[in-house]
Design a protein around this ligand. Sequence first.
Ligand code: C2O
Length: 507
Amino acid sequence: NLLRDKPLVSVVSRVRRLCKNKLITAVNGEYPGPTINAHEGDTVVVYVINQSPYNISIHWHGIFQRLTQWADGPNYITQCPIQPQNSYTYKFNIIGQEGTLWWHAHVSVLRATVYGALIIRPRAGAAGYPFPQPYKEATILLECALAAGGAFNNSDAFTINGRPGDLYPCSKKHTYKLEVEQGKTYLLRIINAALNSQLFFKIANHPLTVVAADAAYTTPFTTDVITVAPGQTVDALLHANAAPGRYYMAALAYASTPNLAVDNTTTVATLTYKYSFPSSTPPLLPSLPAFNDTPTAHHFYSNLTALQRPKLQSPLAMRRDQQLCQGVALSANMNNVSFRFPTAISLLEAHFRGVQGVYTKDFPDRPQLGFDYTNPNVNAGTKVKKLRYNSTVQVVLQNTAVLTAESHPIHLHGFNFYVLALGFGNYNETEAVKAFNLVNPHERNTIAVPAGGWAVIRFWADNPGIWFMHCHLDVHLPIGLGMAFEVENGPTPSSTLPPPPPDFPRC
Ligand code: C2O
């Protein structure tokens, strides 16, 4: 199936929110951007024309990009940006992934307004969903941008599907509404597209049953509150079996300290029962956790397990060939290397063409020396970790934030990884191993490493190319909280990095 969505054209659009008109960079005049609806097994072709005044690239967050590495999208990692008035055709296959993903600009803060859902349904004739077919589906895009002003005129508020909601002045008429029928089941596809905020999500009087996260099926898990970090997605079933009426769904920032740069008002949307008696009383607001309720966040994150499916249980996936211990720190490094982007060629192109001097392959396996917080440039570098094809890699992510304790959502391009364990304090191998889930660990592409804690993930390096791993808090990207893996080619043409396409952007 070749899926040709209409072209994505980045243009400058006028939006009205919170009583103000703003010019934003949007795609096809839509905010949030258009949804890409695909089926597993499809080839997606997206023709991106950059009519904005900014350099742009688009990342298909969570797509493996096997044999289409040149379509991954991170700026200066796999490609040079698409310059104003230029275009690039992203073409990729979707194989072995079902559920909710999303796409976003992978250049600076443009991601604040240039994003949309990427939905992958089971292919026709396949088994379908591993849960009862929902009556209808709804996409819930959660976003909050910094009040950046200036060139990137972002949203200043939390939003659900681009709408701030009733609790913000001037926004009532535009609140997103989901109408449901009594007794039916709905599949909510929840995406945290926020630049810098983890979120709690809840619907008054309606527990939700999580069935997938990051486009990987989970054991059904029923919960009042969903926690979702920037980059992550959660698919959950909503059973419309409360008393007919109107209810709020709401999202609130979860953080150890509130982000003072934004209006932290709770964003809401309404859930309305069809045929319910019209009422003038406001919808019921759910009681949300406190903004810093770490036990609630941890309870959610640590209760996800994979839906038992044989393909997930390859013993090979549970082998461990090499281990990296990554210190994740606020300002901002991994293993004491503060990542710097190249400027004239992407890492992937340098790798493919054997261009020397763009990056080095000496990314350390563990923190080596003290990090100079007075001058992070002392420890700056463009270093990658080279991985043998088909090796199984374990990464210990230790959150060593020195300035404020903050949870970092770490995203890996090109792979899903298994989440073996999460914990608080300093990682201690002997203790941690006892907590490893080697039976049914869930898969993710983005893991929220707890504030003052650690996470252990494993992935199978069976996808040749250059894959970025970085904090999905947008503010941490330019200051160096990232690194890249270089996965060598395998023995066959189907495990070899192909050449870039003819319209590949030049710097
Ligand atoms: Cu969704 Cu490299 O990011």
